[in-house]
Ligand binder design. Structure first.
Ligand SMILES: Cc1cc2nc3c(=O)[nH]c(=O)nc-3n(C[C@H](O)[C@H](O)[C@H](O)COP(=O)(O)OP(=O)(O)OC[C@H]3O[C@@H](n4cnc5c(N)ncnc54)[C@H](O)[C@@H]3O)c2cc1C
Length: 465
């Protein structure tokens, strides 16, 4: 169904800005509860960064974990997120996430969605990343929205300003198809506008060392929501921790969005000089920042036949087969030949791997402190069995993971902690959740969980008026 011709109502209970996972989840909640809402998306298509994502959702204590013999607890999950954040995440947001996740998980299952893989990934002490094909997830949410008579979805609808009513946010000004403008009045406005990966200006202001990261994420992610909220006095959180993600081929395109984390399976990461420079088990945000400090801002995931054998075709982050098919992975029978093919200093690479294998054998300690595969978990493996592989990778600005301060129901907060009346935010536009580093799967889940929570809160308030 086309969404570029829908008439936009001038009065609703909830305006939702942005049709990524956050906006779609919020709109689906409104649809299921017969709440009058409009979902405005400035791009010609829905999906935003969410549509490009790997489809990993982080949940704890699920039946899918139990089925695989994975013992997990909500408290462990909170502790992991807090640790990954460097202790700076807002515990109230993390607690709200784990409290609400079960409802969100059951709801996804109720939509007929299934998780095909559960795996260990960045920032997790147990496998907690649940995979569902993202196009299936978004299609399920969209179907809910389209089935409702109370919710209108309009693409090509760029929100350009918020409407003020005596100090409260009371709707939005929207520009349709780059031309006509219209006011939409509402009880509350939910910003689900995503991050600012496509705004060199905002990245340059808050994270000047990251401007060389390859711009990525949805083309509409230019920080609009951040600007709207900041103009209303919203406090900003975690802006200083903006960092790209390490692990994508330099020729990655917006259509393909490939990302490989062979380092969490046992690969080492070396620069063009053949030197390691980081504990490969760290968050890929940390790896991203370190890669930007390397010559030519490129690094190589170097691994052997045993890691290659762990490839999971069709599973994002682990699909080495697909990357080899694309010609993005170098392969050789010796490390020397591999280095020559990839453009790495050969003698140094051989020495680096030799030294690393001595660490794995327990003969020496690691200069970079690596003790596990991912987040300190998992036994290290040597790079020993031919053939050998090298995947050249760069730092991509995939998501910004910082932004507007909110409380546990999504109310936008000022520096004094007061709520900006009528203004809510959820998903990637929000700060205070990830701190220094992001735990895989928490960005999609966070959008889904808090999109629903914020929509229900606005609807509750509207009903109580
Ligand atoms: C390659 C890649 C892989 C990833 N994999 C994962 C993963 O597996 N798991 C995970 O948890 N996270 C992952 N992430 C991060 C995650 O996808 C995002 O953080 C998340 O999808 C953001 O969702 P959102 O709804 O907040 O924003 P988005 O999905 O970006 O949606 C925001 C929407 O708002 C629209 N918009 C912006 N401004 C306006 C305006 N003024 N008016 C109207 N519309 C507007 C945008 O056009 C966009 O469509 C990945 C990111 C990338 C790039």
């Amino acid at each position: 169904m086309s969404h570029d011709r829908s008439a936009v109502p001038s009065q609703v209970d909830v305006v939702i800005v942005g049709a990524g996972i956050t906006g779609l989840a919020a709109a689906a909640w409104c649809a299921e509860h017969q709440v009058r809402a409009v979902l405005l998306e400035k791009q010609p298509e829905i999906g935003g960064t969410s549509a490009m994502s790997g489809g990993w959702f982080a949940f704890s204590g699920t039946d899918e974990q139990q089925r695989r013999g994975i013992a997990d607890h909500d408290a462990t999950f909170v502790a992991d997120m807090l640790t990954a954040s460097g202790g700076v995440a807002d515990p109230a947001l993390l607690e709200a996430y784990v409290r609400e996740q079960h409802d969100a998980y059951d709801w996804m299952r109720g939509l007929g969605l299934e998780f095909d893989v559960v795996k260990l990934s960045s920032g997790q002490s147990v496998p907690r990343s649940h995979h569902a094909p993202i196009e299936t997830v978004l299609a399920a949410l969209l179907a809910r929205v389209e089935a409702a008579s109370t919710v209108v979805l309009r693409t090509g609808a760029r929100v350009v300003d918020l409407i003020d009513d005596g100090g409260a946010v009371a709707g939005v000004e929207v520009e349709l198809d780059g031309g006509t403008r219209q006011s939409v009045h509402a009880h509350g406005v939910l910003l689900g506008t995503g991050g600012f990966t496509r705004s060199p200006e905002i990245i340059g202001r808050y994270a000047p060392r990251q401007v060389d990261a390859m711009p990525y994420g949805g083309l509409g992610n230019t920080g609009d929501g951040l600007r709207f909220a900041a103009a209303r006095g919203a406090a900003l959180r975690d802006m200083e921790y903006v960092s790209g993600t390490f692990g994508s081929h330099p020729e990655t395109t917006i259509e393909e969005h490939e990302l490989l984390t062979a380092f969490y399976m046992g690969a080492v990461i070396v620069n063009v000089e053949g030197r390691r420079f980081v504990d490969e088990s760290a968050s890929y945000k940390t790896l991203g920042a370190e890669c930007l400090e390397q010559p030519r801002q490129i690094a190589f995931q170097v691994f052997d036949a045993d890691v290659r054998a762990q490839s999971q075709p069709g599973v994002p982050l682990s699909d080495i087969d697909a990357l080899e098919d694309k010609g993005h992975v170098h392969r050789a029978d010796s490390l020397r030949e591999l280095a020559e093919a990839a453009g790495i200093d050969a003698a140094r690479l051989e020495r680096t791997v030799h030294e690393y294998n001595a660490v794995v054998a327990g003969d020496r300690s690691d200069a970079f402190g690596r003790t596990g595969l991912c987040n300190g978990v998992g036994r290290l493996v040597p790079v020993a069995k031919a053939p050998f592989y090298a995947y050249p990778a760069k730092t991509l600005m995939t998501s910004t993971y910082c932004g507007v301060a909110v409380d546990a129901v999504g109310r936008v907060l000022t520096e004094s902690g007061a709520a900006v009346p009528g203004l809510y935010a959820a998903g990637e536009v929000v700060g205070g959740f990830h701190g220094k580093a992001y735990v895989t799967g928490t960005a999609l889940s966070k959008g889904l969980i808090f999109g629903r929570v914020a929509a229900s809160h606005i609807a509750l308030e509207a009903a109580a008026r």
